[in-house]
Design a binder for this molecule. Structure first.
Ligand code: ZN
Length: 686
């Protein structure tokens, strides 16, 4: 562990600015804190709203993350209000939170950390608390006291595990009173506390403490294989990928009860080695590295017991059995430790370890599955390192439960915005590089969906995905090349989708091309090309989507973007109109085949959408104008005036109709055609 402190960068900073700087240095090191863990503080002098000089504790707020923390994330609490509590024996959590709210310098600001009193009671100007993997590794084994004494001698004191709250804050204050010369404090099975007269001192003390733990781990590790031999040989990358693609939709379907989950596959070296090891079956079932991990990962992962990892069916059945076992055990754990007000909302695991294959993580969105994965990687690291010193130990099941269901921890989750209509869903859109497809992709994303934007034009697909990520956040879109006429290309894009998100909920089959020519002059290849894209293309993507939706057993929505021409064909447009009619008929047959499985299939018929459209090339414009007997420059106006409302149809108008048919608002509609054409009497559905 090296110090990241730069005197040059810190030179012009003081007070809270300097604390923000140092906090981000701590946050930048994921082996110190991950995703909201840890906190830092300073004690400072400020002026209150009446200009009076007051002593203030600036401490990280609940729910903010150290690596990106800002000044506003450090609420101020009046220190005299905090110190007034120091001789109390105990205080309830809710009472403590309410009490601290009265002491806030900025009323109604961010809620201060649940470890606020611990910081306030420590009589030092700067305090830092981490969940460092290396130090937790020293405490999470059955020889922790000998290990800590060997590594730290008398410099460091340690306290037995106690859930964060008032009592641990008192314990820390009492321990320092008893050992005024201690250099640091370790909270067993939880983390570190360091301090200093300055922010720099506290930071360097933290790095030094953790560095000594890392050195001890290094000297133990030499040449040792911590997880033992492989119990199941790791499959080769191509085989892993193929099996994960087969398994993920089934797994996602199981995990999506009662709520849909995004599921991400991770076969990184660390995840694969651990999941496949001899030790994993036992070691994975002991408990978390540090308490706050439980709110993302739950106490334990689901470990899949199987000796037939190379066979997709046998593996699928093994996963089902292991999941059933997990739910039974988790429910028993809940019943054994429940308290008034605790609710079992979801008994499913967040981490699933599959020997030979790797790890799947589940969460409300792709960002969360990444957090779960990050946290479990740190867990794996601690499991291995702690085992160098003795048998791995963790919080008791009761202690883990008390944190997992602790209202003050769950509060952090409530800070997330409410879920949108298509949250937790995955949509794949073809032809999403421009025009209607692009508008649809953005609209579905704005309603919360994870969107796979595909197009023959890979630059266009990536541009749509980039726009979505910029608008709604990282992980929410993928931009992929997809040629709807190629079986291999279609399959590859769906595989990427499954590996990133676990499956699919919505297909918007939109990609199309136009060709205009009277039949007598039409070349066979133009007819065939139109059918390849406008008919076969829809078949290929719909077939792949259906396979995933059926494996998930959670229903789904197929939306086909067809055309007004299906109802009302135009002359010189045979290759296009006939192929699109095949698309529409395919959609209706899928309504029949999908219905028993809750899969709906519907059609949107737009007309004359010119904006941002590749379909309306210069050639097509000229030929369609000729077919209508008008000047090409007048074509947009001609189509607009042709409809009853004299409306110009925009991609966004079509996207609105697609959204309706993709969402549960149309839950009782299938086999339906919705027109978005401004009203074309000849094309009224009948
Ligand atoms: Zn902590």
């Amino acid at each position: 562990m090296r110090s990241r402190w730069s005197d040059a960068e810190a030179a012009n900073l003081s007070g809270l600015d300097l604390l923000v700087y140092a906090s981000r240095l701590i946050g930048a090191e994921t082996s110190l804190v991950v995703w909201g863990g840890g906190n830092t503080s300073i004690k400072t002098t400020e002026r209150d709203y009446r200009g009076r000089e007051i002593q203030v504790l600036r401490v990280k707020g609940s729910g903010s993350d150290l690596k990106s923390v800002q000044k506003k994330d450090f609420p101020g609490v009046r220190l005299d209000d905090i110190l007034a509590l120091i001789d109390r024996d105990d205080m309830g959590d809710q009472e403590m939170v309410s009490y601290l709210a009265h002491g806030l310098v900025e009323p109604g600001g961010a809620r201060p950390s649940i470890e606020t009193l611990l910081h306030g009671f420590l009589p030092r100007p700067a305090v830092m608390h981490t969940h460092a993997d290396a130090v937790v590794s020293l405490t999470n084994n059955d020889r922790a006291h000998d290990t800590l004494a060997d590594v730290y001698g008398r410099d460091v004191i340690w306290l037995p595990y106690r859930r964060p709250g008032f009592r641990i804050s008192r314990d820390v204050a009492d321990a320092l009173r008893a050992h005024p010369h201690a250099k640091a404090l370790i909270l067993e099975r939880h983390g570190t506390i360091n301090w200093g007269d300055s922010v720099n001192e506290a930071y360097e003390a933290t790095i030094d403490l953790i560095g000594r733990a890392e050195d001890a781990i290094e000297s133990k590790k030499r040449g040792r294989r911590v997880f033992g031999a492989a119990a199941v040989p790791a499959l080769d990358p191509a085989r892993r990928r193929a099996l994960a693609v087969t398994l993920a939709p089934r797994l996602r379907g199981r995990l999506s009860q009662p709520k849909r989950q995004i599921v991400t596959f991770d076969d990184s070296a660390a995840a694969l080695e651990f999941a496949s090891s001899e030790a994993a079956a036992r070691l994975s079932q002991v408990g978390p590295a540090t308490p706050d991990h439980t709110i993302y990962t739950k106490r334990l992962p689901c470990f899949v017991t199987t000796d037939r990892v190379d066979d997709a069916d046998a593996l699928g059945n093994a996963v089902d059995r292991s999941l059933a076992g997990f739910v039974k055990d988790y429910t028993a754990y809940f019943e054994a430790h429940r308290f008034d007000g605790a609710e079992l909302s979801d008994p499913m695991p967040r981490v699933v370890l599959v020997p030979g294959l790797g790890m799947f993580t589940a969460g409300r969105d792709r960002r969360t599955t990444g957090i779960v994965s990050d946290i479990y990687h740190h867990t794996i690291s601690v499991l291995g390192q702690a085992s160098l010193f003795g048998h791995y130990v963790s919080l008791s099941a009761k202690d883990a439960f008390d944190v997992e269901y602790w209202p003050l921890e769950l509060y952090k989750l409530t800070l997330a915005p409410p879920e949108k209509e298509l949250a937790r869903r995955v949509a794949l859109v073809t032809g999403a590089g421009s025009g209607i497809g692009r508008a649809v992709a953005k609209r579905l994303a704005a309603e919360g969906a994870h969107v796979v934007a595909t197009d023959l034009d890979d630059t266009g697909a990536r541009r749509t995905a980039d726009d979505i990520v910029a608008a709604v956040g990282g992980g929410r879109a993928l931009g992929l090349t997809l040629d709807v006429t190629s079986e291999a290309s279609v399959r590859a894009a769906f595989e990427e989708t499954v590996l990133a998100y676990g499956g699919l909920d919505i297909l918007v089959s939109n990609a199309g091309i136009a060709h205009s020519s009277p039949v007598v002059r039409m070349e066979l290849r133009d007819w065939l090309t139109s059918f390849a894209v406008n008919a076969t293309g829809h078949f290929l993507v719909a077939r792949e989507a259906m396979r995933i939706l059926l494996a998930q057993e959670r229903g789904g929505a197929l939306v086909f973007v067809a055309t007004k021409n299906v109802m009302s064909p135009g002359k010189d447009f045979a290759a296009y109109s006939a192929a699109k009619a095949a698309e529409a008929q395919l959609a209706k047959v899928l309504a029949l085949e999908g219905a028993p499985h809750g899969i709906r299939s519907n059609i949107v018929n737009p007309d004359a959408v010119f904006q941002d459209s590749k379909l309306w090339s210069e050639d097509v414009r000229r030929e369609r104008a000729a077919a209508q007997g008008i000047d090409p420059a007048q074509i947009e106006d001609f189509y607009r005036k042709r409809n009853l409302l004299a409306a110009r149809i925009l991609p966004e108008d079509v996207a609105e109709a697609v959204l309706y048919l993709a969402s549960d608002r149309s839950a009782k509609t299938t086999g339906c055609t919705l027109t978005v054409d401004g009203g074309v009497k000849d094309a009224f559905p009948r």
